[in-house]
Write a protein that binds this ligand. Sequence first.
Ligand code: FDA
Length: 319
Amino acid sequence: MMRAFFISISKLAWAQKAITHWKLAWRVSSRFIAGETAADAVEAVRKLNAVGILATVDHLGEHSHTPADADLAVNNILIILEEIQKAGLQANVSIKLSQFGLALDPDLAYANLVRVLMKGRECNNFVSVDMEDSGLLPATLSLIYRVWEQGFDNLGAVIQSYLYRSEVDLGQLLERGIAVRLVKGAYQEKPDVAYRRRKEVDANFDRLADVLIQGAIKRGKRSVSKDGRFPPLTAIASHDLKRVRFAALTAKQQGLPKSALEFQMLYGIRRALQWDLAAQGYPVRVYIPYGTHWYPYFMRRLAERPANVRFFLSSLLQQ
Ligand code: FDA
């Protein structure tokens, strides 16, 4: 109920306008967001790299309404790729295809994705394509396959365990050798496409983690790259200790080395677990969002956890 509420207001333009102009909302959301500029993101990456944690940087933004907006989004990503290269950081980038104009015109999004992948190649870097709501999923996967077939192998995809179709999609990604980030899923989906109950989403997460680990073993147990930019085939992106432990144990039992099992978490969430896994020898990558378009991302983080809403409301009362 609360989740549905926050996800639905994440899409309302008037709510976005009201909340983003509100200093208090920025103060609370800055727990999850590195800052508004590329320099803020670079600084956050530096701090994590200094303690042995890798990063993936996300220039916040989704649903570009015009080709010019999409172009601006692409330019921001080209800039951050350049900054990562200049600073020699152990970081790659995460993007959303709706930023690149996917809903306006798939060919425009394709051309924009190619620009970013070319820049990625030039900077020896990797681009992770986030997965958005299920309405965009077929077009997202088809663009990923299209660029893959053109020889761009510096990109990865995301699989959401709340969707019924994910096991089939995962099989097709593994067949091609495309790196996968496994998540539970952050959008509001209808019962005809997604599991509703937490227990079912979790059970499917473990099932998919198992398939992903077996797939990584079959494809040669590729490790994270030495410069920390290219992830292994398997990335488990969850803050749920049970999911993390299941994946670690399954990998150990099946013989996938630690260097080939990456754990990913969001900036500002479960730092102690990030440190603990890194100390155990796993690659750990933190997803670092930055930029001025933080509202929908922040609303999804509120939707995930009642405690975040309580924190937000209590900060409001202390005003
Ligand atoms: P779950 O929600 O069950 O949380 C487990 C525990 O983690 C909670 O009990 C709490 O302690 C902590 N926690 C989780 N969320 C928190 C929050 N917001 N604030 C504070 N504590 C929190 N989704 C998607 O649909 N497409 C995508 O491309 C991505 N990409 C992505 C990248 C990375 C690196 C991560 C970690 C996650 C995503 N996600 C995503 C989001 C994902 O789908 C999911 O919504 C969140 O990770 C929360 O789910 P958990 O697996 O953490 O479990």
